[in-house]
Design a protein around this ligand. Structure first.
Ligand code: RP5
Length: 163
């Protein structure tokens, strides 16, 4: 199976990124986790992205905060799909990272999830892999059925409580 690359701009992003790692591991997807900064080690970040396809990656996830250009910088150097996680920093509740990640100029897309949305980043990566991997598609369907059952159970309990 091909793997998902998870790159963060700093180890200070790790508490957010850990959720994505956990979800990918739960689904049995191989991952490689890296710290590569678009501004502190731009050459290494570029080389990682440029060789990602031949290194066996299917999708890249990039998590960064503040002027979060990591996802865009990786996307500029690969035609693999890149999913950006804007990480909330000390200021602006992550709005700075959200706009930096989502507002990519035309031609180089970054699929941006919510601020700190690591779980959805992992699920989107799995959904991309599930286009050709039916065992992952089955796992995604089973997880959604579980979520539906949980909401319907909560709804039933709430109605009983307040009727
Ligand atoms: C970004 O700057 C990182 O992704 C991180 O979210 C933020 C702060 O980095 P540190 O100063 O904590 O290393 O590049």
């Amino acid at each position: 199976m091909r793997k998902v690359g998870i790159v963060m701009g700093s180890t200070s992003d790790l508490p957010v990124v850990e959720k994505a790692i956990g979800v990918l591991r739960d689904y049995g997807v191989d991952t490689e986790v890296r710290v590569l900064s678009a501004h502190r080690c731009p050459n290494e970040a570029r080389e990682f992205a440029a060789s990602a396809r031949e290194s066996g990656f299917s999708v890249l996830i990039a998590a960064a905060g503040m002027a979060a250009h990591l996802a865009g910088a990786l996307a500029a150097n690969t035609t693999l799909p890149v999913i950006g996680i804007p990480c909330a920093g000390a200021n602006f509740d992550g709005m700075d990272a959200l706009l930096s990640t989502v507002q990519m100029p035309s031609g180089i897309p970054v699929a941006t999830v919510a601020v700190n949305g690591a779980k959805n980043a992992a699920l989107l990566a799995i959904q991309i892999m599930a286009v050709t991997d039916m065992s992952l598609a089955d796992k995604l369907s089973a997880a959604r059925e579980k979520e539906t059952a949980a909401v319907l159970k909560a709804d039933k309990e709430l109605r009983e409580q307040y009727q």
